[in-house]
Design a protein around this ligand. Structure first.
Ligand code: ATP
Length: 238
């Protein structure tokens, strides 16, 4: 049996009276980077929230590391980085990380390590509120890295980043997966599919494809993922 990090069965989520996820099943193996790709509003954040255990769900089961999503047993084992950064704007970057290290019980020495990993080693003394959106997201990511979680749920972590930083972050995600961590990373930039082991293509609250980048290319005959998505979207609507 596959060693699963995340298992979603029959997930149904209603938001604002609308069934934004009408019924979804997916399995994500440990030690992989899975890209969750799809257009704005298709339900990526809702799916990630359901896996993080912070979304009210109408039906279905979501299991993370063998526990129900949101289980206290998984505290510290699951790192969730939301789209809106969840760090304090009136503290410096280092003060934020010192604070999170203290409440998570992480070694203070890990602060410099995570600053380096997210490319913010030179911004430790900057006031977080004066950083760009992409920099603030990286402070949130650094805070998640402090506890060395087994599962990372990252909601659009590369939005607003230049190509060099995006490449560096994807290298970090792949390194974490090589070390046995599991990452679910959402993006609406289709080209980011290339950097994942597995890709989930989402549309209108459902999955229209799940496979490796090569498998999706072979299924559609498309060279780029923008085209592959369009082909799969047309097929799913037919
Ligand atoms: N708080 C809310 N109340 C009601 N409906 C919501 C709420 N948040 C999101 N929705 C709806 O749920 C659907 C899915 O939204 P979601 O944020 O999960 O999409 P997304 O793919 O993450 O979008 P984006 O890429 O723009 O962040 C959308 O139709 C959205 O309008």
């Amino acid at each position: 049996m596959m060693n699963l990090a995340i298992e979603v069965q029959g997930l149904r989520v209603v938001r604002g009276g609308n069934p934004v996820i009408p019924g979804l099943d997916v399995q994500i193996p440990r030690g992989s980077v899975t890209g969750l790709l799809g257009p704005s509003g298709c339900g990526k954040t809702t799916l990630i929230r359901s896996i993080a255990g912070v979304q009210v769900v109408k039906a279905g089961t979501v299991t993370v590391l063998g526990e129900p999503a949101g289980s206290p047993t998984n505290r510290g084992r699951v790192g969730y980085v939301t789209q809106a950064s969840s760090v304090y704007s009136d503290l410096t970057v280092r003060q934020n990380l010192d604070y999170f290290a203290a409440i998570y019980g992480a070694a203070q020495s890990s602060v410099e390590r995570v600053l380096e990993e997210v490319g913010l080693a030179d911004r430790g003394d900057s006031l977080t509120g004066q950083l760009s959106g992409g920099q603030r997201t990286r402070v949130s990511l650094a805070a998640a890295l402090l506890t060395d979680p087994e599962v990372y749920l990252l909601d659009e972590p590369t939005v607003g980043l230049d190509p060099v930083l995006r490449r560096d972050l994807w290298q970090l995600f792949n390194r974490l997966a090589d070390e046995g961590r599991t990452l679910l990373v959402s993006s609406h930039v289709m080209d980011e599919a290339e950097r994942c082991h597995q890709v989930l293509l989402m549309r209108d609250g459902g999955l229209i494809a799940h496979g490796s980048p090569d498998e999706l290319r072979a299924q559609t005959g498309a060279d780029d993922f923008e085209q592959a998505f369009l082909t799969l979207a047309e097929r799913s609507a037919a």
